[in-house]
Design a protein around this ligand. Structure first.
Ligand SMILES: Cc1cc2nc3c(=O)[nH]c(=O)nc-3n(C[C@H](O)[C@H](O)[C@H](O)COP(=O)(O)OP(=O)(O)OC[C@H]3O[C@@H](n4cnc5c(N)ncnc54)[C@H](O)[C@@H]3O)c2cc1C
Length: 461
């Protein structure tokens, strides 16, 4: 079942769970959730916490955590796929601050739930260091710091080059910022631990269960699977990148493959040479960020650098590795940490995330009111999926709250054009972003967006 992930997916090697059986026959529930990742499981969690009498079923095509939730870098961070400066420009001070605070609250709540429910997912609340490795990135960080002050956000402070290099020894750091609201965790242990918790709370989880159609059935929704059906009053679609394969989201979400590599465990001498003794996560400020973190067994996970979009939004197991991206990741690792030139890489894998035109996630309800969706986190869904799941809870329960008023809820999301224009425009955008990253590295350009990219986005919007 874990075809494609194989032994390369370190997180799956180091977390065990015996899959549940698939749906057979007919099951009647109040809420059916399609997708067994963080969005689906946190939604089940919040619903059952609000109303333990609800009958909730989670339906997962493969196994719990098969998607990005079992493969990610494990950064629970406030980022909604754009810097604070951009968020503020797009939504204004009040709405941008509300979104940031909602996700920061989620990180605290996730930490509390993990502790209270005994989910052993190697949760380490070490904060985040965003570093600049060239002048253009430094300007972006300065603008984010100004935005944080203007929005009245706390827990964010500037770092000069000496501060950043004192924390972690890389000759590439020119400065940065430190944010307290960030934890790193073992993603597969979180998603599987959460599955156990929601089962204890009363949810039924079906694995190996492909939902092949959802149709009206006497005022309810019938979700058909190869060996049975679930009939529900309300449905939550939590399939992220895979939503692009449905008629509703075909032109609103595009799958993008993103990749990581992982080192062997470092020796004590190697850790001393890097000086990185906390569990703070690190990101740079490229468009296609590099992000890296320690694991509890002393490895470094190193990810980002590029993303790959396939024609017709293809999602397939053979895309779970990419030797070109892996080689580029290794080169930037060695440039960042020349003192680790002899360290070997033991794992490489990737997975699809859902990209939207606005670079923001989408939460909403389809017109007949029984199908709610939460997807399209772009590169950052670990903590936003917890926030979004509370939005989905409120939608299912028919409540209007501060959460259902957040800027990424019920907002009209622009469409990508049909294929092959979709792939061409997404590819143009990707190349434009990479070109800007390269220009910054050569010391040219400012922190603002590439003019070509702005034109493409205007056309798409
Ligand atoms: C390599 C990588 C690194 C990342 N690093 C980070 C990070 O460090 N921090 C961060 O915030 N974000 C990161 N992300 C993104 C983050 O992992 C995702 O945003 C998040 O996991 C999305 O969760 P989800 O539950 O919405 O979707 P997913 O976890 O993708 O779950 C969707 C599930 O739906 C199932 N499904 C699809 N179709 C059907 C169907 N028809 N019937 C039944 N089931 C179906 C799939 O099998 C899948 O398991 C990363 C992603 C990747 C790939």
């Amino acid at each position: 079942m874990l075809q494609g992930l194989g032994s390369s997916a370190y997180w799956h090697e180091t977390s065990q769970r015996v899959p549940n059986p698939a749906v057979t026959g007919r099951h009647d529930v109040d809420v059916a959730i399609v997708g067994g990742g963080y969005t689906g499981l946190w939604t089940a969690y919040h619903l059952l916490e609000a109303d333990p009498s609800l009958r909730v079923a989670v339906m997962e095509r493969e196994v719990i955590g098969f998607g990005a939730s079992g493969r990610n870098g494990g950064f629970a961070m406030t980022l909604l796929d754009m810097g604070l400066d951009q968020l503020r420009c797009n939504y204004g001070d009040a709405r941008a601050a509300a979104a940031h605070r909602a996700v920061a609250t989620s990180i605290d709540e996730m930490g509390a739930t993990v502790a209270e429910r005994g989910i052993d997912c190697e949760w380490r609340h070490g904060g985040l260091m965003t570093v600049a490795t060239n002048r253009g990135q430094l300007e972006r960080i300065e603008r984010d710091l100004a935005a944080a002050t203007a929005m009245g956000l706390d827990g964010i402070r500037p770092l000069n080059a000496d501060d950043a290099r004192a924390e972690v020894h890389s000759p590439t750091y020119l400065g940065g910022l430190r944010e307290e609201h960030c934890a790193v965790l073992h993603p597969a242990k979180l998603v599987r631990g959460l599955a156990t918790v929601v089962e204890e709370m009363g949810a039924i989880i079906f694995e190996g269960t492909d939902v092949t159609s959802m149709v009206d059935s006497l005022g309810r929704v019938r979700l058909t699977t190869p060996a049975g059906a679930v009939v529900a009053d309300q449905v939550v679609l939590a399939t992220n990148a895979w939503a692009s394969q449905t008629e509703w989201f075909r032109h609103k979400v595009v799958p993008l493959y993103t990749y990581v590599i992982m080192t062997e465990p470092l020796t004590d001498a190697q850790w001393d040479a890097v000086g990185w003794d906390s569990h703070c996560g690190i990101e740079d400020k490229r468009n296609f960020v590099h992000y890296y973190r320690r694991t509890v067994d002393g490895r470094i996970l190193w990810g980002g650098s590029d993303g790959v979009i396939h024609l017709n939004g293809r999602i397939a197991a053979r895309q779970d590795r990419n030797d070109g991206v892996s080689a580029r990741l290794e080169r930037t690792f060695r440039r960042t940490f020349p003192q680790l030139s002899s360290v070997r890489f033991t794992h490489h894998w990737g997975g699809p995330v859902g990209i939207t035109v606005s670079f923001m996630p989408m939460f909403g309800t389809l017109s007949d009111g029984r199908l709610h969706y939460g997807l399209g986190y772009n590169g950052h869904g670990v903590a936003p999926s917890h926030t979004g799941a509370k939005v989905l809870r409120d939608k299912v329960l028919g409540k209007s709250t501060d959460l259902t008023d957040l800027c990424f809820v019920d907002s009209p999301e622009p469409r990508f054009p049909p294929e092959p224009l979709c792939w061409i425009s997404a590819e143009l955008t990707r190349r434009s972003l990479l070109r800007q990253d390269a220009r910054f590295d050569r010391g040219h350009g400012s922190g603002s967006m590439d003019p070509l990219l702005l034109r493409v986005m205007k056309k798409l919007g």
